[in-house]
Design a protein around this ligand. Structure first.
Ligand code: PEP
Ligand code: MN
Length: 298
């Protein structure tokens, strides 16, 4: 079934249940009330809007720990940080790799914050699983079916990012690969799609959030950092994402963005992230959700 037909069938209540959808396990029909994942006591898909924040790439213990402590104090519940980086050029910084994973584990030990990090290769799943609380599948790998099947065999929660030119149907079918292997702990992430527009890095498809929520029971988060490429746009689109029903956010934050080894231009400085979080609390409340800021911040 084409993406258009799928979306048309999604528009019609009567046809939603009678039309065979091209996906089964991810379909909202399977779980009309939606999936709530429990990751180290943090519920994703429930009433709380869960903010995952941290640097694009793990660079050093000092950078990671400083950023982690700051985002945690500001209300982030999960720390992001890439150890294996999918860079456009093979000459760019590729991440600290195994050393980066060890730093993430060390910072989790120190702060208690769970971590999400990307796995790019089936050969590295075991290693990444040994350190991460959530496996991230990046946009460039959404169509890597061998990787999807393999993380489907693991028992770690998976955050699957939408491919940069993937339709919603393709995105949901990629998630279906993971669930089909027995791993039902999947979070979907809208991170912007490629369009003709060049003033932003990608075009954030906010309409994907209510569409996916209608078609699937899986939690949906939004990454306003990769979606825009500009740190100053991140707070506006983070607010919009919560307003349209996102269950969480994935935000790049750096203690010193000007010195960042990757994606500095889209990374919020820790003080700006703190201000954004205070604003997001109000938006979450306005749409019947909540963001828990740690006392005494609140
Ligand atoms: C990331 O979140 O680190 C990343 C590389 O994002 P994407 O896969 O969406 O480009
Ligand atoms: Mn990045």
């Amino acid at each position: 079934m084409s993406g258009n037909k799928l979306i048309k069938s999604g528009q019609n209540h009567n046809h939603l249940s009678s039309n065979p959808l091209p996906f089964k396990l991810v379909s909202r029909e399977v779980k009309p009330n939606g999936t709530v994942l429990n990751i180290q006591g943090i519920q994703i898909g429930g009433s709380e809007v869960v903010v995952m924040a941290g640097p694009c790439a793990v660079e050093s213990l000092e950078q990671l720990l400083t950023t982690a402590k700051a985002v945690q104090t500001s209300g982030a519940r999960i720390l992001r940080g890439g150890a294996f980086k999918p860079r456009k050029s093979p000459y760019s910084f590729q991440g600290l790799q195994e050393e980066g994973l060890k730093l993430l584990a060390c910072v989790r030990q120190e702060t208690g914050i769970p971590i999400i990090t990307e796995v790019m290769d089936t050969r590295l799943i075991e290693l990444v699983c040994a350190h991460a609380d959530i496996l991230q599948i990046g946009s460039r790998n959404m169509h890597n079916f061998a990787l999807l099947k393999e993380v489907g065999l693991s028992r770690k929660p998976v955050l699957l990012k939408r491919g940069m030119s993937a339709t919603i149907e393709e995105f949901l079918l990629a998630a279906e690969y993971i669930l089909k292997q027995g791993n039902h702990q999947v979070i979907l992430c809208e991170r912007g799609i490629r369009t003709f527009e060049t003033s932003t890095r990608n075009t954030l498809d906010l309409s994907a959030v209510p569409m996916i929520k209608r078609l699937s029971h899986l939690p949906v988060v939004v990454d306003p950092s990769h979606a825009t490429g500009h740190w100053w746009m991140v707070p506006s689109l983070a607010k919009a994402a919560i307003a349209v029903g996102a269950d969480g956010l994935l935000v790049e934050v750096h203690c010193n963005p000007q010195e960042a080894l990757s994606d500095g231009s889209q990374s919020l400085r820790t003080d700006k992230f703190d201000l954004m979080m205070k604003d997001l609390v109000k938006i979450a409340r306005a749409v019947g959700r909540e963001i828990t800021l740690q006392s005494p911040v609140q």
